[in-house]
Design a protein around this ligand. Structure first.
Ligand code: HAM
Length: 405
């Protein structure tokens, strides 16, 4: 196949076993979200580029290198969404949701786009299921959110460690930033080129660099937790206490900073033990609604990376029996009726479109993992029955289609 007819690099088809895993993940998460009483929202895949630039941060990798930005026919700068939070915040304000209820719990599911270097579990189009809570400042909301992430991972049987940190607030972050830059200046000869450049523009990101020498250099770096103001400290302590009380295990990672600039106070990632990457990530963003022109509204949320989880979950087992209806001779009118009767009884039925003798038909029934072959010949038609063959035992009996249970 010529290259133009292949999916672009980093874009992929999802089908077969992968799709069954995909659906298992999304339906499990949706079931849990229902019990938490989250309400769904669908936002556009495209927003004005500024929506992301202003929220995720001008100096982040996502905005600087990874966004798919284009101009439309009127010259407006649009972008494919690289994540869900910015669009949901925009929608929250635009739809004036804050006038309807004191707080909101929303979730979304859909494709996101980032121009990253593709590798296992990292694509240029990938899917997230995300949740966002608006209008709650108290730490019990953070704890409940983390419990939700933990419930999702447990339900999917995914082993991941919840790592948490606090990034402080407007009051305490500036002093920390200053102290961190001072520290980074002292170790700048050990930092990679990117981090030397980063340390003045977005110093917190240096803590997250994957280059070995940088990792080593920041081990002893000044920590945000040592700079937290009284309120942030109390908030963080309460979140941890609630989690402990709930039996949710977590690990503090004082270098956890996240790749998006909107976070305040609690941030967290669930890191897969097997893959050593984050499968769920999020945190608080208490100023973002306000920065978008909405009323001051504390908020928090996270997103689940569906493709990452697909690498870790088992394909679900089939939870129904398959009936494979095989017509022989000029019996199609009757066979279509049989199929209809069985489907009305709630059975899962496939009508064979294959031509050929019984052996080939049964071969196909096996390939489809059918539980029953329903043989419909002229004799069966005359008698108003079918020959029902149990594919596991090989047993066969004549039965009226209405009587199959
Ligand atoms: P994020 O950490 O950028 O956060 O992405 C969340 C999750 O999406 C990651 O942990 C990962 O599982 C998945 N993910 C990210 N990039 C890729 C990729 N290129 N290929 C496959 N999976 C990927 C956010 O997006 C925030 N909006 C989360 C949030 C919601 N914070 C507050 N509310």
């Amino acid at each position: 196949m010529s290259k133009e007819f292949q999916a672009p690099r980093g874009f992929h088809d999802i089908l077969g076993s992968d799709l069954r895993k995909f659906r298992r993940i999304t339906s499990t998460v949706r079931d849990i979200l229902k019990r938490y009483n989250y309400e769904e929202i669908i936002t556009p895949v495209v927003e004005f580029a500024e929506v992301f630039e202003r929220s995720i941060g001008e100096t982040t990798d996502i905005v600087q290198k990874e966004m798919f930005v284009f101009t439309d026919r009127k010259g407006r700068r649009l972008a494919l969404r690289p994540e869900g939070t910015a669009g949901v915040v925009r929608a929250y304000i635009q739809n004036r949701l804050y006038t309807q209820k004191p707080y909101h719990k929303l979730f979304y599911e859909g494709p996101m786009f980032r121009y990253e270097r593709p590798q296992a579990g990292r694509y240029r189009q990938f899917h997230q299921i995300g949740v966002e809570v608006f209008g709650v400042a108290e730490p019990h909301a953070d704890a409940e959110l983390l419990k939700l992430a933990d419930d999702i991972l447990k339900a999917l049987n995914v082993r991941a460690t919840l790592e948490i940190n606090s990034l402080g607030c407007r009051v305490c972050r500036p002093a920390y930033r200053e102290a961190l830059v001072e520290y980074l200046n002292r170790v700048s000869d050990q930092l990679c080129k990117v981090c030397v450049d980063r340390k003045d523009r977005n110093p917190l990101r240096v803590l997250d660099c994957k280059v070995e020498t940088c990792k080593e250099a920041v081990k002893e770096a000044t920590k945000m937790v040592d700079f937290l103001c009284e309120e942030c400290r109390e908030h963080y302590e309460k979140v941890k206490a609630y989690l402990t009380n709930l039996g949710v295990s977590f690990r503090e990672n004082h270098n956890l900073v996240r790749g998006l600039d909107y976070y305040t106070r609690t941030v967290f990632e669930a890191v897969s033990e097997e893959l050593d990457v984050a499968v769920v990530a999020g945190g608080r963003y208490d100023y973002l609604v306000e920065e978008f022109g909405g009323p001051p509204t504390p908020a928090l949320g996270f997103a689940v990376g569906v493709e990452r989880l697909m690498l870790l979950v088992e394909e679900p087992e089939r939870d129904y029996e398959l009936y494979f209806v095989i017509p022989f001779g000029d019996v199609h009118a009757y066979a279509l009726k049989v199929v209809d009767v069985l489907r009305k009884k709630g059975k899962v039925v496939e009508l064979s479109y294959r031509k050929g003798g019984l052996r080939k038909q049964l071969e196909l029934a096996n390939r489809l993992s059918a539980d029953y072959a329903v043989i419909v010949g002229e004799e069966e038609m005359k008698e108003g029955v079918v020959s029902l063959k149990d594919m596991r035992t090989g047993e066969q009996r004549k039965v009226k289609p209405e009587e199959i249970d």
